[in-house]
Design a protein around this ligand. Structure first.
Ligand SMILES: N[C@@H](CCC(=O)N[C@@H](CS)C(=O)NCC(=O)O)C(=O)O
Length: 209
């Protein structure tokens, strides 16, 4: 079989999720840590975003599509259950993750700290607003993981894999840490899943000082 290629810098929460899927399933891949809008990325994603994937003559963008392809084509534990109800629940949480949680937790909150419009000067008013919007999201997730320690059913799925890197990044900054720390079920969930070998194996290197 042709080699699977995953392309995108490791710091991206979506690249992290796709690499974690491979690690959970034990799927080997050639890794190319290219930036968004690099020629290799632009050749596959119409808007130059990461991750992108190549497998023989199959080229894909969008993390959900990539994860679905890998789950179907390769052996290893399924991260999207075949069962119609469970599979749709995973779809639901991935969609919520990409449309709601990523928008607030990553694009507004984390990016506000990491890539401020004025270098070295995060806009604390905008970050405060993002933290306010994050609060009900954290409460929703806290309730969702309360009974089984997973978002869907009682085992790890793409629903969890998609959201874990977002939670990791949100937890790196003061307001996020306080909100997540107050959510007891979610804190336990994060602690347990952050320790998974697949999460650790696909974790980006610490930022250069
Ligand atoms: N819906 C896409 C989102 C991908 C995405 O937003 N990637 C970010 C990095 S985390 C990116 O490439 N940003 C560059 C840009 O927006 O120009 C997916 O699930 O793959």
């Amino acid at each position: 079989m042709a080699a699977l290629e995953i392309i995108g810098v490791p710091q991206s929460n979506y690249v992290w999720a796709v690499r974690m899927v491979c690690a959970e399933k034990g799927v080997p891949y050639d890794y190319k840590p290219d930036r968004p809008h690099s020629p290799a990325v632009d050749a596959i994603h119409p808007f130059g975003k990461i991750p992108v994937m190549r497998h023989g003559d199959v080229e894909l963008c969008e993390s959900k599509a990539i994860a679905t392809y890998i789950d179907r084509v390769f052996d290893g534990p399924k991260v999207i259950p075949d069962d119609a109800k469970r599979g749709a629940q995973v779809e639901q949480w991935v969609s919520l993750g990409n449309v709601e949680f990523d928008k607030v937790m990553i694009r507004q909150y984390v990016v506000g700290y990491v890539f401020p419009k004025e270098p070295g000067k995060p806009d604390m008013a905008a970050i405060g607003e993002a933290a306010k919007r994050m609060k009900p999201q954290v409460e929703v997730l806290d309730r969702a993981v309360a009974s089984t320690g997973h978002l869907v059913g009682d085992s790890l799925t793409l629903a969890d894999i998609n959201i874990l890197p977002m939670l990791f990044y949100a937890n790196r900054f003061e307001e996020g840490k306080a909100l997540l720390g107050a959510a007891k079920n979610l804190s336990a969930y994060m602690e347990r899943h952050f320790a998974r070998p697949s999460f650790q194996a696909s974790k980006p290197p610490p930022p250069a000082k």
